[in-house]
Write a protein that binds this ligand. Structure first.
Ligand SMILES: Cc1cc2nc3c(=O)[nH]c(=O)nc-3n(C[C@H](O)[C@H](O)[C@H](O)COP(=O)(O)OP(=O)(O)OC[C@H]3O[C@@H](n4cnc5c(N)ncnc54)[C@H](O)[C@@H]3O)c2cc1C
Length: 375
């Protein structure tokens, strides 16, 4: 089959890799460059974890972990840094209990950590006396830009043609398949198309797609004292269930400690993303982060701005475009999709080639988002 993939972020690159490995003719089109900092898949780190409040996602991660390990072995470089993860909350907090239940139901091992034990296990992280944490050893982070580059290279090695600086302007049905129309006016024909356009999915397909694109900012904080405690062999990745802040140990690339808020920011147009720093956001983040990681100063040495592509229920979209059996959408990663992208690529590749993966993805259908409330 002759298949096009639009977008070479983590989802599109993974789809290309899967299609090319199955022996299909694959052409991918990226409007910028592979690993560019204009989409959602760039940077030094994205959290990988089993620790979801919903066993559906915890179980899906089993396959995603297998695929990441396969990609890492093939890439012959460290892409997945296993630091462990701490989910910080209070024992009776429903969100905390949900993660515990989900791990138990999925047979994933974890430990409950008291504030005293935290001083030993992760001296950089401070828990208040009423707090506790779930520690799960397989959590960690993915070296995001390197992952996209490695997966793309693996796709190319299997024969995929990856074309950069090629903006697709429209997708049109043709008598034999689907035509892509490019910015320069040229057209190419394919049997099937996978749209992995991240924040641009609505612009490319239809503004009525139920996604909103939001501006998200991260900060790298300067270390004030105890630098050795922020090394990745002494500090896990962490998520704070109280305020939805999260952070990483030192990544070995940027001289600072990364933290951010997972709360969705302002709705934006992906072609007009405000990239300057938001000082109010930074001040609030710094105040929270200093309480959680007292060894950090409030000085942000580097910040990055990125976008979430959110669905109303934060579940992904894996489905045929409305009215089409040739154009398949992989989108709506809702700020937590990176860790799943090898699996999303596998599901998309199976869908367009008619393979059966035996994974129920009805939860990711578009139909679930179009159900209207009864009067
Ligand atoms: C700050 C931040 C922190 C995050 N943290 C985590 C985390 O810790 N863990 C986690 O699992 N996930 C996390 N995520 C989410 C994750 O990074 C995204 O879900 C994921 O990267 C989305 O990948 P994608 O391939 O769908 O989109 P993108 O990476 O945006 O890729 C889409 C690509 O399509 C291209 N494109 C778009 N339109 C066209 C067109 N018309 N023609 C050609 N090319 C086109 C774009 O240029 C882009 O390269 C985070 C996201 C952000 C922003």
């Amino acid at each position: 089959m002759n298949i096009a993939v639009i977008g070479l972020g983590a989802a599109g690159a993974s789809t290309c890799r899967q299609l090319a490995r199955r022996g299909h003719k694959v052409s991918a089109f990226e409007q910028f460059t592979i690993g560019s900092d204009k989409g959602s898949s760039f940077g030094e780190s994205r959290i990988i974890r089993y620790t979801y409040p919903d066993a559906f996602y915890t179980r899906l991660m089993g396959r995603a972990y297998d695929l990441w390990r396969e990609i890492q072995v093939e890439a012959r470089q460290e892409l997945l840094v296993q630091t462990g993860i701490m989910i910080i909350g209070t024992p009776h907090q429903p969100a905390f209990q949900d993660v515990v239940s989900s791990l138990r139901a999925s047979g994933v091992e974890f430990t409950l950590i008291t504030p005293e034990e935290c001083k030993e296990l992760a001296p950089a992280i401070r828990l208040q006396s009423h707090e506790c944490a779930i520690f799960q050893a397989e959590g960690g982070f993915l070296r995001a830009t390197r992952c996209v580059q490695a997966i793309s290279a693996q796709a190319a090695n299997c024969g995929a043609i990856l074309l950069e600086n090629m903006e697709v302007r429209s997708i049109e049905d043709s008598p034999t398949g689907v035509d892509l129309v490019f910015k320069d006016g040229s057209r190419r024909s394919f049997d099937k198309v996978v749209v992995a356009a991240g924040p641009w999915v609505g612009k490319l397909l239809s503004p009525s797609l139920p996604v909103t694109v939001t501006r998200q900012e991260i900060g790298y904080f300067k270390i004030d004292h105890g630098a050795q405690d922020f090394e990745s062999n002494r500090m896990p990745v962490w998520i704070d269930l109280k305020n939805l802040n999260y952070g990483f140990p030192l990544d070995g690339v940027i001289d600072g400690v990364k933290a951010a808020s997972h709360k969705t920011g302002a709705i934006v147009d992906p072609d007009r993303l405000p990239r300057s720093q938001d000082s109010l956001y930074q001040q609030a983040l710094a105040a929270d982060v200093q309480k959680r990681l007292p060894g950090l100063s409030d000085r942000i040495v580097k910040s990055q701005v990125c976008m979430y592509t959110n669905t109303p229920d934060e579940d992904f979209i894996l489905d045929w475009a409305p009215g089409s059996d040739r154009v398949y959408i992989v989108s709506g990663c809702s700020g937590h999709g990176f860790k799943f992208t090898p699996l999303l690529g596998e599901i998309a590749a199976a869908a367009v080639t008619g393979d059966d993966l035996n994974i129920d993805v009805s939860r990711f259908s578009l139909a679930r988002l179009s159900q209207t409330d009864q009067p």
